[in-house]
Design a protein around this ligand. Sequence first.
Ligand SMILES: NC(=O)c1ccc[n+]([C@@H]2O[C@H](COP(=O)([O-])OP(=O)(O)OC[C@H]3O[C@@H](n4cnc5c(N)ncnc54)[C@H](O)[C@@H]3O)[C@@H](O)[C@H]2O)c1
Length: 431
Amino acid sequence: MKPIKIGILGAGSFARAFVPLFKAHPQVRGVSIAEILPDRRRIESARAAVAETYGTLEELLASDCDAVAIFTQRWMHARQAIAALKAGKHVYSSVPAAVSAEDLAELVETVKATGLTYMLGETSYYYPSAIFCREMWRQGKFGRFVYGEGEYMHDMSHGFYEAYKYSGGADWKRTAGVPPMFYPTHTMSMIVSVTGARMTHVSCLGQVDQSGDGVFGKGLNQWDNEFSNETALFRTSDGGSARINEFRRVGHWGGRSVRLSLFGTEGCFEEQPEGDVWVNRSREVTPVSDLLRCSPSANDLSDLGDKQEDGTQHDFHSGMAPVHPVWRLPRELVHMPTGHFGSHLFLVDDFVRACTSNTLPPNHVWAAARYNLPGLVAHESAKRGGELVPVPDLGGPPEGSALLEDALAKLAPATPAWTLPKPAYTGKSWW
Ligand SMILES: NC(=O)c1ccc[n+]([C@@H]2O[C@H](COP(=O)([O-])OP(=O)(O)OC[C@H]3O[C@@H](n4cnc5c(N)ncnc54)[C@H](O)[C@@H]3O)[C@@H](O)[C@H]2O)c1
């Protein structure tokens, strides 16, 4: 395995949490940073002690990095990923993969043509609830899929105004009004990564924004988007259905803003702000919050407060939950600060291992497309008043691809790191 060199593209507030992790990974031989804004380039490279810096993507692509990790604004990723792949670089992309169906299809084709590693940095994939449900699914505890609910409830007042102003300049409202369903991968991945089925049809309703803050509305943003909340109902390829909420105006507490609930013919999981529960057809009720709650750890950055010094939200902190497969992390990473419910360390490790071992990471480009395209089509449906629209499929990985998950399974401890606790209630005793 040859160590790789990572070029970070975009040194905004999210990249800040990842540069130290890439630097610390034992299979990374170097890290460089490309950032257009000179002040930000200087400050972030000094903060992370990265000596090699560039001003543009083109300069980064001309350098000797093996991979590009994209942390630019959300509507830029696909074109930059395609350029990087064509320049012979592996690509890690922050979410979403693309904001147009055409770009997404071209991205998939480019990955196929180049044979390089592409991975979507989908944080929700490593949220404790998703990990728990994938394991229960693998054990057959859900039975057949019936219905799933994924929701991302992030009110604009919870850090989004600051985030858009931070890089958007005077014109920040032009991009802050991005359709909620153009950022669907957190929610969609929660369901799709558990069941393996894909979304085949969608009917979506949009809520016309009432706030009058000049962000959402006809003519106000580059997508001419007037919806600040969108709710979509999907048919899934395994005969079930799923409801996805992408809300940007909602009086929700903002803590566990990405949530999953999944219902099967044998068992169900429900995630709520203060309590997660596994129930089954035998009327057993098992609270599982202790398995899913991330510990405040020595690595927890929450004592730094909600806001960073530049005004952006400091919401990238958290320790690990008992369900996290900490055993697969290189020891150099285990004690590093993580974030987004423990996910950062796993994303970095997945990407570096996939590149160096030539295996497919779980969030490869075909998975990314199945998390992303349903949202783009959902927005089209919303614009047509909820018309039922088919969701095209961009296919799956080549037959016989070596999977990173298989390689990691060999590292698993002989005794499982966690098991489902005994039910707290049975029968109707709960009531
Ligand atoms: N949970 C999650 O998965 C999660 C959380 C936060 C952010 N994100 C994603 O991460 C990405 C970054 O978010 P952020 O808040 O740090 O954004 P940001 O606006 O703070 O930073 C983006 C940076 O990229 C730079 N940039 C843009 N184009 C460039 C180019 N061609 N060359 C060099 N630099 C360039 C900008 O100048 C800016 O500094 C976004 O796409 C966002 O969607 C994901």
